[in-house]
Design a protein around this ligand. Structure first.
Ligand code: C5P
Length: 209
């Protein structure tokens, strides 16, 4: 039995106390992966951005809002885990300056300067011990396999799940699971539950000792 950390859902990056940048990630893939892992007898901790989805009762859920909070929680938990699956879609940019007060309309355009947020999966990949593993996701609109493999290497993942933009906020998914050489280990399509079950079987066989 392994202890698996799953990041799930979107994050928010606030512009002012009431406005934020985010994306339409539903958390469904994370929830399906958690159920699949629990079904195989693993312990699961989910670090989730704000979502409506119901996570399995047997999982411990740590709610976060921003990418920085997701990173902090992930780093705290990862030390006690055997592996991590990065199914979240963290917001990649944050305003350089966050206004403490609600921005008032002036009738003029405003400009937001955005800086990159930290990469949770890349940080875990860099910090993982020899006995730990990390599986990332890569959402690409072109040249899927090549770009996903480059991402896997850059983020020090052990496996990467390549999917297209149709995965966002949908019940279905179509994915390829790639290894460090860019070889396709599995080509799976179906509901996110079917995809998650199959992915977990491969992760279990290859990475869980
Ligand atoms: O670079 P890209 O966002 O396509 O990478 C996707 C993978 O990286 C996913 O596993 C996602 O959870 C993770 N990621 C992350 N932190 C970010 C951006 C992406 O963990 N800030």
């Amino acid at each position: 039995m392994a202890r698996i950390l799953i990041t799930s859902g979107p994050t928010r990056q606030y512009i002012d106390p009431v406005r934020y940048l985010t994306n339409a990630s539903s958390g469904r893939m994370g929830a399906a992966l958690a159920s699949a892992a629990i079904g195989l007898g693993h312990d699961v901790v989910i670090i989730s951005g704000p979502v409506q989805v119901e996570y399995p009762q047997a999982a411990r859920v740590i709610p976060v809002r921003t990418t920085d909070e997701m990173l902090d929680a992930a780093q705290n938990e990862f030390a006690r885990c055997d592996g991590a699956i990065g199914a979240a879609a963290p917001c990649d940019y944050m305003p350089r300056v966050v206004s403490e007060q609600k921005l008032s309309k002036t009738g003029h355009p405003i400009q937001l300067e955005l800086v990159e947020t930290p990469d949770v999966v890349a940080t875990l990949g860099q910090q993982k011990r020899d006995d730990q593993w990390v599986v990332g996701f890569a959402l690409e609109t072109e040249d899927h396999r090549f770009r996903a493999t480059v991402k896997l290497q850059k983020k020090h993942c052990d496996l990467i799940v390549s999917n297209g933009p149709q995965a966002i906020d949908s019940q279905e998914n179509e994915v390829e699971l790639l290894d460090v050489h860019g070889d396709v280990i599995a080509d799976i399509r179906g509901s996110k539950e079917v995809v998650a079950d199959e992915l977990l079987r491969h992760i279990d066989q290859r990475l869980v000792v």
